[in-house]
Design a protein. Structure first.
Length: 343
């Protein structure tokens, strides 16, 4: 009996090992290319190895038992190969999804760390000034009426700046958490452009800049939140004012093609190419290539990130490109057909 068993084992190995070796070679040749083919080969290797093992043990004699084994293996193969392909694809999709989620979490965590670092620095600066001026007033170091007034005004400016930064953080957190809900209504984009232009003209004048609006003759209707879209355009204009040198020009325009759009174009130094991919990240200010002008308010660095987040809630997009000279920030969102007369 032991001799018979040893002979059967030897014949089985002779019949199965070549199949396993050939399957391993094929898998090596097609690795990282065809997932479905790999799944089929992985299922066929044990099935074919079993069949060749039986053929070897039967000493290449086609018996009734061998036929029964071949039929069973054929049925098993017909069932398992499609199942293996479907399950393999599902598993691959799951693995890819998990990898994407891990990468997104890694990027989000890195972004949060950078944001905390940037905002912490920005918060310390006005807080240190407020503390120093408050201590000076409390200790009586400053007693002249003019100096007291100047210190009081500076404290008000710094606290206003801090309040705006906290508001930006709160809004950014709602956007990132997907908790921002907007009431969308039909709006004429031209009206928002006029309002934003009028509201920012004083700031542009203080920075010695010319701010103009260019509008089409026909209405540009969109479904949007008045407050949110005004915030977007205000952030874009504020960014242009902050980075355009005195004597420059800023134009805010609206129009439509297959979508509605609004553009803010300035004559500043433009955006450094290495900054373009990150300009809409929270807290990112970029390099010195885009030198701030007199209009810079020293904000939280989240204006463009908030604008991008608000545009995503509107199912719109925001882009930045360089021009000669200057830069252009553009928003696009779905266009509504204007209501017809009597409709």
């Amino acid at each position: 009996m032991p001799a018979d068993v040893s002979g059967l084992i030897g014949l089985a190995l002779i019949g199965t090992l070549p199949v396993v070796a050939a399957g391993a070679l094929v898998l090596r040749l097609i690795r990282n290319r065809l997932l479905s083919t790999s799944m089929v080969i992985l299922v066929l290797i044990p099935t074919l190895a079993t069949l060749t093992g039986f053929v070897a043990v039967s000493r290449l004699m086609v018996t009734d038992e061998l036929w029964r084994v071949a039929v069973v293996l054929t049925v098993v193969t017909a069932v398992t190969v499609p199942a293996a392909v479907l399950l393999g694809r599902a598993q691959a999709r799951q693995l890819v999804w998990e990898q994407q989620m891990l990468e997104q979490e890694r990027v989000a965590e890195q972004s949060r760390r950078e944001l905390v670092s940037w905002v912490s620095h920005d918060l310390r600066t006005p807080l240190a000034g407020i503390r120093a001026m408050g201590e000076a007033l409390a200790d009586g170091v400053v007693d002249a009426d003019a100096d007291i007034t100047r210190y009081g005004l500076q404290i008000v400016r710094d606290t206003t700046r801090l309040s705006a930064m906290v508001d930006d953080l709160f809004e950014m957190s709602k956007i990132n958490a997907g908790a921002l809900r907007l009431h969308l209504e039909p709006l004429d984009l031209r009206e928002l452009v006029d309002e934003v232009c009028a509201a920012n003209e004083p700031a542009a004048a203080r920075a010695q800049l010319t701010l103009t609006a260019r509008q089409p003759l026909t209405r540009v209707m969109v479904a949007a939140s008045d407050q949110a879209l005004t915030r977007v355009l205000t952030n874009l204009v504020g960014n242009a004012i902050a980075h355009t040198p005195p004597g420059g020009r800023i134009e805010i325009a609206a129009g439509a093609d297959d979508q509605a759009w609004a553009r803010v174009t300035d004559t500043g130094p433009g955006i450094a190419p290495e900054d373009l991919p990150r300009i809409f990240e929270a807290g990112y200010r970029g390099t010195t290539a885009r030198t701030p002008g007199l209009g810079e308010s020293g904000g939280s660095g989240m204006g463009l990130a908030i604008a991008a987040g608000l545009m995503s809630v509107h199912s719109g997009t925001i882009t930045a490109t360089n021009r000669e000279p200057g830069a252009r920030l553009e928003i696009r969102l779905p266009r509504l057909s204007p209501p017809t007369a009597g409709g």
